[in-house]
Design a protein around this ligand. Sequence first.
Ligand code: ATP
Length: 341
Amino acid sequence: MNSIATLGSHCSLQVLKGAKDEGLKTLLVCEKRREKLYKRFPFIDELIIVDSFKEVLDQKCQSILEQNNAVLIPHGTLIAQMSSDEIESIKTPVFGNKWILRWESDREMKEKLMREANLPMPKPVTNPSEIEKLSIVKRQGAAGGKGYFMAANEEDYNTKRNQLIAEGVISKDETLYIQEYAAGVLAYLTFFYSPLKEELEFYGVDQRHESDIEGLGRIPAEQQLKSDKVPSFNVIGNSPLVLRESLLDEVYTMGENFVEAAKRVVAPGMNGPFCIEGVYDENAKFTSFEFSARIVAGSNIYMDGSPYYSLLFNETMSMGKRIAREVKLASESNQVDKITT
Ligand code: ATP
């Protein structure tokens, strides 16, 4: 393979800069309205201009990618804008395992894989009438936290749900998913599993900053009580975090368990970057509410290399560059089918 392609959003700049640094050609599937932005970056060799990202499924787009011998790097925008069926129908080789992306999008499948990996999870609540402790109510798919809310009991749930429906944030027929709220320090743990080396690497940790739940903490309680706004968890940006070194062993174990579980449940397993997302409580016990089975936007913090990757590589290594390195190695040793689906 001699080029890397991705959709113009999320972490595309990091991915394509990393590919360029590895000497690969770079292609960006770019919406017309963002052409001006992406033209600013000289490491992008070719823009494939589209009206909508769904055009990636069209013959025209796929044949450009094929002519360029491209590997497509999936990220959050691909998942948010395409159905699992559409993603699975992409003919261009997709980096990692495109089949596992369905397990990320479907809440029940997600829970099943997390259970299989032995990840400690918040208790799911099957019915609003069973809300006993503070709970978080989520929408299906990767909604990025928009329209999520907290509920202390059934009545609270109904009030907030109705309010969000009236505001047009969520729809009346939407199935909402409830789980107990886990309080603590947020930590999004990013890994890379190399099927070529059969090795798990720990890349780094980030924290997500979510509006307007975070903004609430800056307002005195008196004003908070007067507000009737339902705060949401819409992601605005990310910041870096390093963990107490004594937590690292468990972090690797969780990553390894996840890789092993994915191998059993969804062949060829969890290849490439992935993220286990959760919180540490007052006893430094981790509870995981979510995983992403592909590169996450939090990796953008470390475009110049992460603290943990500087321990593994004697060069600056972003996740984008790490992906490109794997593609290059696979290509040189005729093992591209091992790293793509
Ligand atoms: P994405 O796909 O963008 O990661 P998502 O829509 O799948 O997001 P989650 O990551 O599950 O949603 O949740 C969004 C945010 O809500 C989290 O980043 C976290 O701040 C908060 N959150 C989710 N579940 C819990 C929980 N059980 N306890 C505490 N906070 C939670």
